[in-house]
Design a protein around this ligand. Structure first.
Ligand SMILES: *Cc1c(COP(=O)(O)O)cnc(C)c1O
Length: 384
């Protein structure tokens, strides 16, 4: 067996990306606007369907920030956010001078618990402040329980800003993630299911939001021959070069989803029968995950004492990258002071959870190496 480094999730080019980049150079569209950007936005609109409009931006984080601004979030406001997520879901709340109110996960999808969501909304209203927006996340590609979350959001009339950064290609009841919220964000960072090296997008069925996002992301220039500004602007637009990579990646997106799902199935087949390993799993046929990262929970009481960290270190020793699940935001020093509603589900997932190498670029030989190390580690401990 070779000992090449196996990474968690690497960029995987389709082959046509450089054609679109070359076109941009040949026509001198080397700018944060141009034909690639227009076409990439159209490609995404077509892929997602459901009548959405898309604005290409410099990052998913920038998209979240603009989404909050368009939701009217201001200093002193509160915004509800899933706790068990990457910090980029919550940071833009702080950019606005607002306070995140963190909600725990439920066990089925590992995403925002609708029960704690409703409890939090009621409690915040009772305390005198109605939250301005709700940010659920489709973690590792697994759709959140959008029916329940949307119903609560509608009942209390609070807009949903869906963090779909990890879930391009995932679906809930046959509808694409990224099309449920008042707005949604996508990310094309280097490790996501498709990448433009860095980039993101804001998605909405409301075209006004998207027009406004394009306006704000290009320094909020009023219509005038000189530079005239009546609002604070941002430099958040996607470059036409980067959008060229995106156009190339859109040609292979369905294959990338298929491959990540195949990787997930490979792990399930080859780790089946090992006590103490459970997978993040679609709770029913309503859920279709792109399985961006295959994630497992290790129960040391059933593995003969092998912990998530034992496995991570054993894999690292074999030159294989794996990673603990996201550390919940309410446990992060920077968000310590923020309200939290939950029962410790996210914390327990963090303690026992591991993301396995999941890139679409991995070979079956790579996946077999990962499985072998996991099996060895657990068999060794069990026989001690
Ligand atoms: C990657 C990611 C983001 C941020 O996207 P960037 O394009 O890296 O700014 C936001 N939320 C989640 C859950 C992510 O995984």
């Amino acid at each position: 067996m070779n000992n090449n480094r196996i990474w968690l999730s690497l960029a995987h080019m389709g082959g046509h990306e450089q054609d679109f980049i070359k076109e941009a150079f040949d026509t001198n569209w080397v700018a944060p606007m141009g034909p690639n950007l227009d076409a990439f936005e159209k490609d995404l609109e077509q892929f997602l369907g459901n009548g959405v409009f898309v604005a290409g931006l410099s990052a998913g984080t920038a998209a979240l920030h603009l989404g909050l601004i368009l939701s009217g979030v201001k200093a002193g406001d509160e915004v509800i956010c899933q706790s068990f997520t990457f910090s980029a879901s919550a940071n833009p709340i702080a950019y606005q001078g607002a306070t995140p109110v963190f909600i725990d996960s439920e066990r089925d999808t590992w995403n925002m618990s609708p029960e704690y969501l409703e409890q939090a909304i009621k409690d915040r209203i009772a305390k005198g402040k109605k939250p301005k927006a709700i940010i659920p996340v489709h973690l590792y590609g697994m759709p959140a329980k959008m029916d329940e979350i949307s119903a609560i959001a509608e009942h209390y009339e609070i807009p949903v800003l869906e963090d779909s950064a990890e879930a391009l290609g995932s679906m809930y009841k046959g509808i694409h993630c990224g099309t449920f919220g008042e707005m949604a964000v996508l990310s094309f960072n280097g490790n996501k299911i498709i990448t433009t090296s860095g980039g993101g997008a804001l998605v909405s069925k409301n075209e006004e939001h998207i027009k406004k996002a394009r306006f704000l992301s290009t320094q909020a220039r009023d219509v005038a021959p000189h530079y005239q500004h009546s609002q604070i602007g941002y430099n958040y637009r996607m470059s036409n070069i980067v959008a060229g990579i995106g156009r190339g990646q859109m040609l292979v997106l369905p294959e990338r989803v298929e491959q990540r799902r195949k990787n997930n199935q490979f792990y399930r087949n080859h780790l089946a029968g090992i006590e103490g390993i459970t997978f993040q799993t679609e709770p029913s046929s309503d859920f279709y995950s792109n399985y961006w990262l295959t994630s497992v929970i290790i129960d040391p009481e059933k593995t003969g004492g092998v912990t998530r960290e034992d496995l991570r270190l054993a894999l690292e020793k074999a030159n294989i990258e794996s990673r603990p699940l996201w550390k919940p935001m309410h446990l992060q020093p920077v968000f310590e002071h923020c309200p939290f509603y939950g029962d410790g589900t996210g914390e327990s997932l963090f303690n026992d959870g591991l993301c396995l190498p999941s890139g679409s670029i991995l070979t079956e030989g790579d996946l077999a190496r990962v499985v072998e190390i996991i099996r060895e580690e657990i068999d060794n401990k069990a026989s001690m």
